[in-house]
Design a binder for this molecule. Structure first.
Ligand code: PAF
Length: 287
């Protein structure tokens, strides 16, 4: 596995691979890798000739009171996991090169951000969109792989590539879960043992919501209530429970199109998110 930290070197390497006729699959990450990330690498390995992973904790997507300084980092461990997972090139840029002091442009995302995490994290998706567009210009991938745990992020990035005609295929990948259903996340390490037990209620409530929709429940507000009632049993504090169209992320009353049920719960030192997407084809006919 090659490790590259200079932007120019990464671009030269990407162009070299393109000239050789190799396709590039890209897995952008903020490091502290877990199975969620390595599952993206696995998918990229199946579909692309060369797999590039970036590790960059992007300061632009953290608010002033968020956990940028505390965000877990362990590049040596990430290198090992990336190598084992089959990454060909690990791109690990320096923050000063990514964001020189005299930079002039930052993106603003106008839609799909006034709800879910976007609502409580103003500017977060501007930071995500800015860094993802920069990384795409540096890595020059054919396909980029994103976990659906951050389904709002996937919706925003789909909008970004459409709006800017970026020739990268966005590949949304399923959420990877622990045995009890908890979605894998770098932030799970901050849960206390009792919070860790309670945290499985996030996925349990979403499974129940999906079952109810598949059994014919069409009221978005009833689904929302069902999930809220389950989450109220946990020690965490509900940040949001939403039932929205997907990927448009618009409020709905009747469930009759592709939708997302999304939750966020604040525990003592970690805010966890999870979601389930239910497609129109899973909703019983006649609804
Ligand atoms: O999902 C993440 O880890 C980050 O938001 C991403 C896409 C790497 C951008 O910093």
């Amino acid at each position: 596995m090659k490790i590259i930290s200079s932007i120019k070197d990464m671009q030269l390497e990407a162009k070299k691979q393109m000239k050789r006729g190799n396709t590039i699959g890209f897995v952008p990450t903020m490091g502290f890798l877990h199975e969620g990330h390595t599952s993206l690498v696995k998918r990229a390995r199946e579909e692309d000739d060369i797999v590039v992973m970036s590790v960059f904790v992007n300061p632009l997507q953290f608010g002033p009171n968020e956990d940028f300084d505390r965000y877990p980092r362990d590049i040596k461990r990430d290198e090992e996991l990336a190598r084992e997972a089959g990454v060909d090139i690990l791109f690990y840029p320096h923050v000063r090169e990514m964001y020189p002091e005299d930079r002039t442009t930052t993106l603003t995302v106008n839609k799909r951000v006034d709800t879910l995490c976007g609502e409580s994290r103003p500017g977060h998706f501007d930071g995500v969109a800015t860094v993802v567009l920069k990384l795409f210009q540096i890595v020059l991938p054919d396909r980029a792989y994103f976990g659906l745990k951050d389904a709002q992020q996937v919706a925003v990035i789909k909008g970004l590539v459409e709006d800017f005609n970026v020739p990268v295929e966005i590949v949304p990948c399923p959420i990877v879960r622990e045995v009890d259903g908890l979605a894998k996340s770098s932030r799970n390490v901050y849960l206390t043992p009792s919070e860790r037990t309670d945290a499985s209620e996030l996925s349990n409530s979403l499974v129940r919501a999906k079952e109810a929709i598949r059994s014919g429940e069409t009221s978005a507000s009833k689904i929302k209530r069902l999930v809220e009632e389950m989450l109220q049993q946990t020690v965490g504090e509900i940040d949001y429970v939403e039932v929205l169209s997907y990927p448009g992320l618009k409020p709905i009353e009747a469930i009759d199109e592709d939708i997302i049920v999304a939750v966020a719960v604040q525990f003592s030192a970690a805010r966890l998110i999870d979601n389930v997407i239910v497609t129109r084809s899973e909703i019983p006919i006649g609804v």
